[in-house]
Design a protein around this ligand. Structure first.
Ligand code: MTE
Ligand code: MO
Length: 414
């Protein structure tokens, strides 16, 4: 199957991206399939806005050679028609949304034993302001009599070197709530690797849902399953097989629908048995100190620890910071911009003493769900959450454990 083959072009793509973006570096991909670069430094997580140069990139197929003038987004399934890029820009309101994009595989490299594929540490997250056209405006005049439980499937125009189609479905309710077809990133035209000329942005949901190079939006009674689409090839790989959270040696079942897009709720309830990577689980990262160079204590003795915390569709309720590797915790202060779907900055003063210290952060969302301390062993799947562990899973998805993201900091004597 296509998705198992190494991809020739990925190294050329990565080299070209590294030339344009000096704030990212290549990430190890065991299978040599993905174009993957991630944030060079934790400094990215000491700031609210991620410059394009520092924003990670992740995709499986070759970047399509797109012409903005002839690109079209067709509306299919229970929809009809379609729009060129200039029609999308000209016929509908333009909005901007702030979105923290995190690859569902962020933290995969923290799984022991290793899970294969892309070995992300914590460098696959970033917050950008995306400009584009609201899905609710594009679909507005075609949505009379639409039933609850309808799904919207976005299909990428990236040519697959096998036969899988990059198609991802989200509940129509989410699409109408806050999703956009984006054509700018941080006020600049969309770079090719981020989806030029037009991509979905699904605020607060894992990156895989934000389909790049969108060429078709399809309204359906179910999420995409095999034979859902009017085109050749395998349709459901990216929705039903890949990006599912499951223990070792399991092939997840295909579902036509699920009750909730809340990934954590699916994990907790076991419904469906193998959750989908939809909205992002509660997570935080310390950005400063970055652990790369020693810290000198300022005259007043207090070092400020700064980081970011996010929780998908939910708000971050609070963040705790530890300076002793997770033994004791202090409450941090949330500050700065507060947009749904985007991370919050946090800060906490630290009376630093000379020596080596392990700093960690732990966020809780508005529903009281807190980041677990570590990733479980592979056989602890079902009980993991109760033991304050994130369930090791074969794809390495949705990991949000505290300790693997801790940062070791040397404090110099004055
Ligand atoms: N068409 C298409 N869209 C895609 C992908 C892809 O392979 N093809 N990769 C997805 C994944 S896994 C992620 S994490 C995000 C990354 O978006 P970025 O590269 O702009 O950061 O794009 C998503 N959209
Ligand atoms: Mo991803």
């Amino acid at each position: 199957m296509a998705t198992e083959q190494p991809r020739e072009n990925r190294h050329d793509e990565i080299d070209a991206i590294l030339e344009r973006k000096d704030g990212v570096r290549e990430t190890r991909d065991e299978a040599d399939k993905y174009t993957v670069v991630g944030a060079v430094s934790r400094d990215t997580y000491a700031n609210w806005l991620t410059p394009v140069e520092e924003h990670f990139v992740c995709h499986r197929n070759d970047i399509p050679d797109a012409d903005a003038d002839s690109w079209r987004v067709s509306l299919t399934g229970d929809l009809e028609g379609g729009y060129s890029l200039s029609e999308l820009k000209g016929e509908f309101p333009t909005v901007a949304v702030a979105h923290t994009m995190e690859c569902a595989g962020n933290g995969r490299g923290q799984h022991r034993p290793e899970t294969g594929s892309v070995q992300w540490g914590n460098e696959a997250a970033g917050t950008a302001v995306w400009t584009g056209t609201p899905i609710s405006s594009v679909l507005h005049d075609q949505l009379e009599d639409v039933a609850d439980g309808t799904w919207l499937t976005a299909i990428g125009g990236d040519p697959s070197d096998g036969d899988d189609v990059f198609a991802r479905s989200i509940p129509l309710s989410k699409a109408l709530d806050d999703c956009i077809l984006a054509h700018e990133m941080n006020g600049r035209p969309l770079p090719p690797e981020h989806g030029f000329p037009v991509r979905m942005i699904v605020p607060g949901w894992y990156g895989v849902n934000s389909v790049k190079w969108v060429e078709e939006l399809r309204l359906m009674d179910t999420m995409v399953v095999e034979n859902s689409l009017d085109r050749p090839g395998e349709h459901a790989y990216w929705q039903q097989k890949s990006y599912r959270i499951h223990p070792a040696d399991v092939e997840p079942e295909s579902n036509e629908t699920v009750e909730t897009g809340d990934t954590w709720e699916q994990l907790e309830t076991g419904e469906p048995a193998h959750p989908y990577a939809f909205d992002q689980t509660v997570m935080s990262l310390i950005g400063a100190p970055n652990g790369e160079s020693p810290v000198s204590v300022p005259d007043d003795g207090t070092v400020e620890i700064t980081g970011v915390a996010w929780a998908g569709d939910d708000d971050v309720a609070g963040v705790e910071v530890s300076t002793d590797g997770g033994d004791t915790w202090d409450e941090a202060e949330l500050f700065g911009p507060d947009y749904a779907g985007a991370w919050r900055l946090f800060r906490c003063g630290w009376d630093a003493t000379p020596g080596t210290h392990v700093l960690a952060s732990r966020a809780t969302d508005e529903r009281g769900r807190r980041q677990p301390m570590r990733i479980s062993n592979p056989d602890a799947w079902r009980d993991a959450l109760e033991d304050d562990e994130f369930p090791w899973n074969e794809g390495g998805y949705a990991a949000n454990a505290v300790l693997p993201n801790a940062v070791e900091v040397d404090v110099e004597s004055p």
